[in-house]
Design a protein around this ligand. Structure first.
Ligand code: ADP
Ligand code: MG
Length: 587
């Protein structure tokens, strides 16, 4: 039998589309606050938002007689005609959030506009208004949502642990706070503070406040303007990377978005600088002509579509690349790894027990440690929220200022400039140089070769010889003169000019090993094999003479990516004067 559903069942079903987790409630409420022009927003959660969410703002507020209406489905002040749909400037417009939330939780709204003498308090649950009366309150709006899914037990089962839900909320709040640098955000998780931003518009200050002081140590500013695209932001030096993209935030025309195109642009800038499976930190703020962008492909507007993917990818990737040549891109030497440091600053994502939990008699050692740490944090934050961190250096790296003062362990060159000393891994540096020389030679139409006095004879496996046409042109392109001499034997008469004979031989041998069993050697495979072979071509351990050291640095200087080997290991490690003085407890 076909029946019309009762209203409150229908409401619950409809609510499911807007509210599936505590974070979706936080999202709707915070967006309402921002739409209401608030410049201060406080978010408080308990039990990951499952038992309690409160969002307080200092925005326009709702007129007393309209608060009840705001709870009705399709009740919105943001659009009134079909025409408005084409020019939406607010975050919400469907008029569904409040209605949906009060179908599945207990909701209290306290609100006052600037013009009214008293405010209004409305209580609602099960899609019904239980109370609606005047109350004294400050301008702005506070929405409290308690006991999510109290009336839909089946949905409670799909919620994660309090810690997991809290993490989602804080992650969302972090991103929205970053994209609204002029709004002051205060996020409280249980009995502890998750983060506060001052709302002064400084992106770096916000990154530090939200993600912790540690993350900012290795950040390099990115700034570029081209053809109506403006990019501002920060990326990590290749020395700081993570196993996921959790610290990549993209904001396009004021909206936090996910975008495979932007991810690719970041990856491209770091390719050859990071190991596979490692991801840099990137906070990128892009502003671009609205007509080159489609924001409406996803209902929550998280995903966007660019009209010209290649153009934006190229712009972003080149801009980051330029920043990675700067002084700040040389990784800092340290005892704890970047990943450990970032994990430490991640502690704020931990589940904070609610007041009720913490009122137990037992001393909770974790809580104690946490509050100590928070005190320490507080000190760090109040003492120095630097406008410009000391090592966020935007200067170009100047090889001219580098003075070599020795070599340790037969491998590491010690050099210094005005404010830092460097350890340069001779082996990694050599790999980088060789790799770039080979790639350049490969692409160039004029090869620089040297003729060998005695041709070298190289024996390859039968299948490689049989598959000659798959590789021989590439090898010749690298600058080798190579020819079949019968029966899987190749004769090499010329090698690239920049290689020593034993290097050239090791490189080829390794390359053939890499090629074995591969029939298709398209661009990427070849590039990978060249990268790998550079490693074996270069031999570690021989002490360099002075002039060889100078030559190595001169060659490194002409590289596109001097600061890491093609496999992502650093070639340079830096220790600033300040770091050294700190170790000797002078500062
Ligand atoms: P929408 O945001 O799509 O318009 P909502 O259900 O989220 O729909 O909100 C309904 C209406 O309630 C909004 O259009 C707005 O007029 C009002 N409102 C909700 N939250 C706030 C707030 N924090 N400050 C001022 N007005 C609000
Ligand atoms: Mg809304």
């Amino acid at each position: 039998m076909i029946k019309i559903l009762e209203k409150n069942i229908a409401d619950k079903i409809a609510a499911g589309e807007v509210v599936d987790r505590p974070v979706s409630i936080v999202k709707e409420l915070v967006e309402n606050s921002l739409d209401a022009g608030a410049d201060s927003v406080t978010v408080e959660i308990r039990d990951g938002g499952k038992s309690y969410i409160r969002v307080t703002d200092n925005g326009r507020g709702i007129e007393g007689e309209q608060v009840g209406t705001a709870f009705m489905r399709h009740a919105t002040s943001k659009i009134s005609s079909e025409k408005d749909l084409d020019a939406i400037e607010t975050l919400g417009f469907r008029g569904e959030a409040l209605a949906s939330i009060c179908a599945v939780a207990r909701v209290e709204v306290i609100t006052k506009t600037e013009g009214s003498k008293t405010g209004r308090r409305v209580l609602a649950e099960n899609s019904e208004i239980l109370e609606n009366r005047p109350t004294g309150c400050p301008d702005g709006t506070t929405v409290t949502v308690r006991d999510l899914f109290f009336n839909v037990p089946a949905r409670r089962k799909f919620l994660g642990s309090s810690a997991a839900e809290a993490r989602r909320i804080i992650d969302f709040a972090s991103r929205i706070a970053l994209s609204y640098p002029d709004v002051r955000f205060n996020v409280i998780n249980g009995s502890g503070r998750a983060f506060t931003t001052p709302g002064k518009g400084n992106i770096l200050t916000n990154i530090i406040n939200i993600y912790g002081n540690e993350i900012s140590r290795d950040l390099i500013p990115v700034e570029n303007t081209e053809n109506g695209y403006i990019l501002r932001g920060y990326v990590s030096s290749p020395g700081t990377s993570l196993p996921s993209r959790s610290r990549q935030v993209f904001c396009v025309n004021g909206r936090i978005v996910t975008s495979a195109v932007l991810e690719k642009a970041v990856d491209r800038a770091y390719s050859e600088r990071l190991f596979k499976g490692r991801f840099p930190v990137a906070f990128l703020f892009i502003s671009m002509p609205a007509e080159k962008l489609d924001v409406n492909i996803h209902p929550t507007k998280k995903e966007i579509r660019f009209d010209d993917n290649a153009e934006i990818e190229d712009f972003v990737s080149r801009s980051i690349n330029a920043s990675l040549q700067k002084k700040g891109a040389v990784p800092t030497a340290e005892l704890s790894t970047a990943a450990e440091r970032l994990k430490l600053s991640d502690e704020r994502f931990r589940y904070e027990p609610s007041e009720k939990d913490s009122r137990t008699e037992q001393v909770d050692i974790n809580l104690l440690l946490k509050s100590l740490r928070q005190d320490a944090d507080e000190k760090i934050l109040s003492n120095k929220i630097p406008e410009k961190e000391e090592n966020i250096s935007n200067e170009p790296f100047d090889f001219d200022k580098l003075k070599v003062s020795g070599i340790v362990f037969n491998t590491y060159i010690i050099a210094q400039d005005e404010d830092a000393f460097y350890l340069i891994d001779q082996h990694a540096a050599h790999e980088r140089i060789l790799y770039e020389q080979l790639i350049k030679q490969y692409k160039s139409s004029e090869k620089t070769r040297q003729t060998l006095m005695m041709p070298v004879n190289l024996n390859v496996s039968a299948d490689i010889a049989a598959n000659e046409e798959a590789w021989i042109d590439d090898v010749r392109n690298l600058g080798y003169d190579i020819e079949l001499f019968g029966n899987s034997n190749y004769l090499i008469r010329e090698i690239p000019a920049f290689m020593q004979i034993n290097e050239a031989e090791r490189f080829l041998t390794d390359m053939f090993n890499g090629l074995e069993g591969k029939s298709d050697i398209s661009g990427d495979t070849l590039k990978r094999i060249i990268t790998e072979s550079c490693r074996s071509a270069v031999k570690a351990g021989d002490a360099l003479k002075d002039d060889e050291t100078d030559a190595l640095l001169a060659q490194l200087r002409s590289c596109d990516n001097p600061f890491s080997c093609p496999h992502g290991r650093p070639t340079f490690i830096k220790m600033t004067r300040h770091d050294v003085e700190k170790m000797f407890k002078r500062v």
